[in-house]
Each structure stands twice: as structure tokens, then as C-alpha cells.
Design a protein around this ligand. Structure first.
Ligand SMILES: C[S@@+](CC[C@H](N)C(=O)[O-])C[C@H]1O[C@@H](n2cnc3c(N)ncnc32)[C@H](O)[C@@H]1O
Length: 281
């Protein structure tokens, strides 16, 4: 236990380095990224993100922490003709999976792949027009180091965009407020990295030397069982139960009410993603 109120990034967070998981689990993690990308609530978030990145024909874009390459494939059509995308990830296994997903599309020739640390990119200064770190910085111990690298590898006048959620912005309509707070706070503080990353992006971008900073908050709303946030809430209850913060009975009661609300069509949950962009001057 560290100092009171100081939350450390979980050491068991496999998103910090998927290669530490087994082969089967890495496959499942990659396919979870693909499934998440297809959900309605994440489509809304990704569309706002790409709107801020604003890739244009002929441009070169790097995504660090690209995972299965879902965003690389989404961005690629916008840089035609003449542009290129570079997807980089710490995990060689994930990069192989991303390559295989891309090969099945018409975009394969547009996207290059690289294994490496976002903190020490294997590219020369000013190699790209823009750079993106989406749902990555919450999993690393030094987000500032990555933003400095992204600034280094974009050209003067180029753009750096970072995005993360802030899990403590979750709102769920539930009759038991006290239990809801216990579930959400446990999930926020003990699972899946630094879940306050969203609110910290602004300071990291400023410290990274980026100028003309712009903040776009995206309120992502879940109304259906298939939405990504709905699944995250079920997972939250599971980890709060497994961590001993709620009892099995409380888990079942909390989830049971959410399921009833979903059946009745009156389920409501939301979360805020923060997108921060900046220019290299
Ligand atoms: C949650 S996934 C996000 C994937 C993708 N950006 C998206 O939004 O769908 C985070 C990815 O970052 C990668 N990653 C974690 N730490 C990294 C680092 N230090 N350098 C490069 N990639 C890293 C992980 O391997 C994982 O594939």
C-alpha cells in the first residue's frame, strides 16, 4: 500500500505489455479490441477522435499502442492517395495479429507495422505529419515521455493527439447509490491501469511541449447490452467482487438490476473520454 490516496498503475495490467500473457489470451485481447471498436458507443468516440486528428490525403500518421490495428484501418482511407499509416506496439504478437487483420482488407499496402516502445520510437525526427496515442497512456508509467517522443517524430506544424477515458466520470442509473459507488470506485482504482488518465492528458500535453492545445470531451452513452461501457460495468462488478470490495450477493443484486433495466429498455450509463490535441511549433 502506497501513501493514502496515491494510486499506482496495476502491475497485473496486461495492457501494459500483452506479451506477458499467454498466446491464447493475447488472441482474446486482440479480438476484444476489434469487438469493442465495432460497438455503437465506441464508434461515436472513435469518430470524434478521428475528427480531431483530421488525417488528410498524402499524410503520414503514426499510432503508438495500436493494438489490433482497428484505428489504423479506420484512419487509412483518409490518407489516400499518397499517404501512409504506421502502427506501433510494444507487443510483437499483437503486431502480427494486427498485420493479419489488415491483410484481409484492401488497406494492407497503406499500413506499415513496427514493434517498439512508444517511449523510445525507432524513427527519425519529423518523420510523420501527425501522431496518435489512444487508450494507451492509462497503461504506462510515464505518459509524458511518450508525448515528448510523439512531438519529436512529427514535423513542425504537425499534430499530436491523445485520448483516454476517465473512469471516475462514469454515471450509472441504479437504485443503490452506495453500492454503485463502491463498485465503480473499486474498478477505477484497482483495475486496468490509471483510470484518471483522461483528466491528466492536458497537463501531460502541455509538459510535452505541445502548443495550441485543444480539449474535446466526449460523453459516451451506453443504452444497450452490446455497448462497450455496459460490458465494462459488468466487468467492474466482477473485479469488485473478486477483490473483496463487494460480496457475491451484492454483485448479483447490482448486476441483476442493470440486466432488468436493459430488458425494460431504461438502462442508462455514460462515461467521458478526453481528447487533447496539440501542435508542434
Ligand atoms: C488498450 S490497447 C489500445 C489499442 C488501440 N490504440 C485502440 O484504441 O483500440 C493498448 C495497447 O498499447 C500497447 N502498449 C502498452 N504499453 C506500450 C508502450 N509502452 N509502447 C507501445 N505500446 C504499448 C499494448 O500492447 C496495447 O496493444
Amino acid at each position: 500500500m502506497g501513501p493514502i490516496g496515491v494510486i499506482k498503475v496495476s502491475q497485473s495490467n496486461h495492457w501494459a505489455n500483452p506479451s506477458k500473457a499467454g498466446a491464447q489470451e493475447i488472441m482474446e485481447m486482440a479480438s476484444a479490441l476489434e469487438e469493442r471498436g465495432r460497438t455503437l458507443d465506441q464508434q461515436q468516440v472513435n469518430s470524434a477522435l478521428i475528427g480531431e486528428l483530421a488525417p488528410a490525403p498524402g499524410e503520414s500518421v503514426i499510432e503508438v499502442g495500436c493494438g489490433s490495428g482497428f484505428l489504423c484501418r479506420l484512419i487509412a482511407p483518409a490518407v489516400i492517395p499518397g499517404g501512409r499509416i504506421m502502427g506501433l506496439d510494444i507487443s510483437p504478437e499483437i503486431i502480427t495479429i494486427a498485420q493479419n487483420y489488415a491483410i484481409k482488407t484492401a488497406l494492407a499496402d497503406l499500413i506499415q507495422w513496427s514493434t517498439g516502445m512508444a517511449e523510445a520510437l525507432p524513427f527519425k525526427d519529423a518523420s510523420f505529419d501527425s501522431a496518435l496515442a489512444a487508450r494507451l497512456l492509462l497503461h504506462v508509467s510515464d505518459p509524458g515521455a511518450i508525448l515528448k517522443e510523439l512531438r519529436r517524430v512529427v514535423r513542425t506544424g504537425g499534430k499530436v493527439v491523445a485520448m483516454d477515458w476517465d473512469f471516475e466520470t462514469v454515471a450509472v442509473d441504479h437504485t443503490n447509490r452506495e453500492l454503485t459507488r463502491r463498485v465503480l470506485n473499486w474498478r477505477c482504482d484497482h483495475y486496468g491501469g490509471n483510470n484518471w488518465s483522461g483528466r491528466q492528458l492536458w497537463k501531460h500535453m502541455a509538459a510535452g511541449g505541445l502548443s495550441s492545445l485543444k480539449l474535446v470531451p466526449v460523453v459516451s452513452v451506453a443504452r444497450n447490452a452490446e455497448d462497450s461501457l455496459t460490458l465494462s460495468l459488468f466487468r467492474a462488478a466482477q473485479v469488485a467482487r473478486d477483490g473483496g470490495r463487494i460480496s457475491p450477493g451484492e454483485h448479483d443484486a447490482w448486476i441483476g438490476e442493470l440486466k432488468s433495466a436493459l430488458m425494460a429498455g431504461c438502462f442508462f450509463a455514460s462515461i467521458v473520454y478526453f481528447i487533447v490535441s496539440g501542435i508542434k511549433e
